[in-house]
Design a protein around this ligand. Structure first.
Ligand SMILES: Nc1ncnc2c1ncn2[C@@H]1O[C@H](COP(=O)(O)OP(=O)(O)OP(=O)(O)O)[C@@H](O)[C@H]1O
Ligand SMILES: [Mg+2]
Length: 258
């Protein structure tokens, strides 16, 4: 199943007397369970694309479906709900709340959901599990300032996954990290993609990402110029009982040119 379907997406930003055409007719289908990387030069439209998928921004033209729901014409309240329930975000600068400790930061999206079926104990248990999954069990009481960059990004990953979203969007999640820490973050994301069957879509400038991604989308001047790694490959992997995007080296390595 395609979890994201974008058709002819255009995004214009007014800038003084002129208009910036940030996206110029993007068609994109993302399979459930995929690990999709968006690459392209600065200003090419990567953040704009992620923001539209994540309902942070709306398209000027075109249609977007998330998990079979057409979000193109939804009002603000419904878009907020999709942001809360279906999507998790990881940002380049982590965006943690400095006055909250690690556990409180990760619990925060669950509290925002105001879902009465979650008791306070359930919320705590879920947050603790997600923190354990990213290897930070011993740091629950720490505040973000007491953690390294890589640890902070791990917290952000736990926070993105705590609500059990179907899609996690990450805008240059490794850009503020040294290359070794960045590679570890990508491996962790890939591991969670496989074990939790969460679809990841992330932008990056990191060439190492090619060995992890099930599909690489190259964007330039607001248009997709190359797609590598076919949807058919991941479908046939699923048919063989493996999840889409599985297999780090070799198996799922994009076959086309990047
Ligand atoms: N709020 C805005 N108002 C006006 N123009 C904008 C706005 N946001 C983005 N743009 C423009 O849209 C284009 C795409 O920007 P976007 O941030 O999506 O690029 P990007 O690929 O994420 O770049 P980077 O790699 O530097 O993060 C750029 O020309 C940018 O200047
Ligand atoms: Mg950007």
């Amino acid at each position: 199943m395609d979890i994201i379907e974008m058709k002819n997406i255009k995004k214009d930003y007014p800038l003084g007397e002129t208009i910036v055409h940030a996206l110029r007719g993007v068609d994109l289908s993302v399979e459930e369970g995929g690990f999709i990387s968006i690459i392209g030069p600065s200003g090419s439209g990567k953040t704009t694309l992620l923001n539209i998928i994540g309902c942070i921004d709306t398209a000027t033209e075109g249609s977007v479906k998330i998990a079979d729901e057409d979000i193109t014409a939804l009002d603000d309240k419904k878009l907020t709900n999709i942001r809360l329930f279906k999507v998790g975000f990881i940002f380049q600068t982590f965006n943690l709340i400095p006055v909250l400790n690690l556990l409180e930061n990760v619990e925060f999206p669950l509290l925002l959901m105001k879902d009465k079926s979650w008791s306070r104990t359930d919320i705590r248990a879920r947050a603790e599990k997600c923190i354990d999954d990213v290897g930070l069990k011993d740091f629950m009481e720490h505040r973000p300032a007491e953690l390294s960059g890589g640890q902070r990004q791990r917290v952000a990953i736990a926070r993105a996954l705590v609500t059990k979203p179907q899609i996690v969007l990450a805008d240059e999640p490794t850009a503020n990290l040294d290359s070794e820490t960045g590679a570890n973050i990508l491996k962790l994301m890939k591991h969670l993609n496989e074990t939790e069957n969460v679809t990841f879509v992330f932008s990056t400038h990191d060439p190492d990402v090619l060995q992890y991604a099930s599909q690489v989308i190259k964007i330039k001047d607001g248009a997709i110029v190359e797609k590598a790694g076919s949807e058919r490959q991941s479908r046939s992997r699923q048919a063989k009982g493996k999840s889409a995007g599985r297999g780090v080296k070799g198996g799922s390595r994009p076959k086309g040119r990047i």
